[in-house]
Design a protein around this ligand. Sequence first.
Ligand code: ADP
Length: 704
Amino acid sequence: MINKLLADYFGENVPLEERNLNLAMMFFYDTFALALVYGLYLRLDLPFYILTIAVVLIVTICYSYILRYEKYNTGAFIIGMLVTMVELPGAHYFDGRLISAVLVFFTLGFLFCIFNINGKLLLISVVLSAISFSMSCIGLYMLHYREKPYDLARTSILFDVVIPVAICLIYTDRALSIKQRIHQREVDKAVKEGKKAEDMNRAKDLFLMNMSHEMRTPMNAIISATDLIEDKAVNNAVKQHISYIKNACNALVSTIDDLLVFSKVENSRLELINAEYDTGMLFEDIINMIAVRLMDRDVGFYVHLDANMPSVLYGDSAKLRQVFINVLNNSVKYTNEGHIGLKVSIEKTDNDNEVILRADVEDTGIGIKEEDMPRLFKAFERLDDREHESMKAEGTGLGLSICKTILDGMGGSINVRSRFNRGSVFSFEVKQKMVDSTLMSHIDDNSSLNVLVFEDDEMKTEMIRLALTESKVKVVCAGDSPEFNELLKNGKYTHILISLDKYKEEEERLEGCGIKCVILSDINRADEVPKNADRIARPVNILNLSEYFNRTEEVAKKDETRSFMCPNARVMVIDDNKTNLFVAEGLLKRYGMNVISVLSGREALNLISDLKFDMIFIDYMMPGMDGIDTLNAIRDNKQAWCRSVPCVVLTADAADGARQMLLNAGFDDYISKPIRVDRLAVSIYQLIDPKLIEWQTEEKTEAV
Ligand code: ADP
């Protein structure tokens, strides 16, 4: 019977909260019973028993209410208040003393509140109990002690001290142990949930990485195959359409990159992968990408890069590039006419090894309303502007939030000034460590140059004037045709930088002038430039200006990486995907190489025992033996050349850390898919035995 009762009220199946309450109630009932017995012993008046029994009844009703509806907190609050606000003053009043069962009601009530009530109700109950106890003491003093003096003879050490103290101590001990178990259970639950969330995040990351890989793999095939066609296309219309395909593909690749970063950002795990980077390459890449996007748009693109830009900085260049691309892409998306300007400046800090990189991206687009500004950098927020419905076609609403998070993570900042329907200026800045303070671009022979500029409009002219003047090159600019003639007649120039349209107008005059003419044209009009004329592609900036003026035989060769060949080289490509293999093979054959492709690491190992290769390209994600296993197996081969043959990993895995992980694994280079022709060229040029490189002077093309 007792065992059954114990099992029903305190068994393992009873929830811990209920056990806690049952324990408290057991002590309460004991105390009530004790109070009644002690009351009889003290011969208290009848109202004491009536009050106590009434409280017991109400407490019992509350108790069953709690058990039935599992409202532990409110139920316990009512019980606590009944005991400390009703029974306690009542017992005080009838008992007429400060010790005995009276004290146990206060102490037990107080402990009951602490162990059974949570949150705000706990605070209220503790305060009310304390007030009730103080009021009872004052009331008692006024009513009893003044009239009848304290009757010591009625005091019993056992009832007044030993039993109440024992009750409270035993209750506290038991209640504490249950509370501890409740706490432990909550900790365990939180740990379990945390682990579950972590597992889910990991699964999500993995999923995103796989998705990114799955999307990049076909993208690789599309972009690279398009490169191959572009290379052979002589027809302008075909070239134009190819550029549309490439443009769309690049946009898709940046969205994939944004999603990857967003998954990290969302989990507050944005990792910065800092490394030395070449500022010239970074800006060239950014400028080209945006210039291609603007190709058939009636929107100008002006670039000004600080002449003091150091050539090598240290930071996470991939993320920085993403910020530039996202902000510039927005300007492209939200500008229908006018221009987009990119200005990058550099500022010294107190620390000699550190600079502040500052960029302003200005556009004459649709602008942003004042009231929309606060939503601009929030994830998934796109501003709803019906007047410009046509311009809302693409976008995830992630771009700017990612920029902000990346810049915050790098200790930088971004802000915007905008006027609705007029345009916007996005400015951001970030500190970067300086590795090499030599200038990113510098015109070496500046003192001997004297340049006459005749561009289509004032802004374009100004950009060139600024870049050349900052490089200490003598420059004069013509605003219109008569001024151009005047300047041409009266000056001695080493070069004339002239826009394609102006060149067409002035062609006859220029033919016999004996001055080197450099034609400035948009990238999509390169074909219109006469074959023997020099050309600089717009937007003209210090990078392409210095590249043009500094060009020596060797540099020209390096830049025109497509013009070298390796006809005596034998290379192997290992990839489980036939389309990718075909594409990589096509790209490599352009260098006249003897390309052998295999579908797995195993096949590759069979081959290397018979044939010697000059370079090996290995896909990372392959079933069975992956890229790293294959690399290790090649390096372990006993033939000496296997230990030194340049091995380049090709992978669609663009996730953070992949590059470093693969380089640490021993690859000589990492090329992410979609494979960019220029990137591939750099890799071959840098890694292959120089004896195998032969320079070409003419490029052969074939009609499509
Ligand atoms: P998305 O461009 O993918 O919608 P973003 O986070 O990059 O997402 O931008 C959020 C919103 O801010 C855009 O939807 C657009 O309404 C507005 N916005 C961003 N850049 C510009 C800009 N240069 N001119 C006008 N509005 C812009």
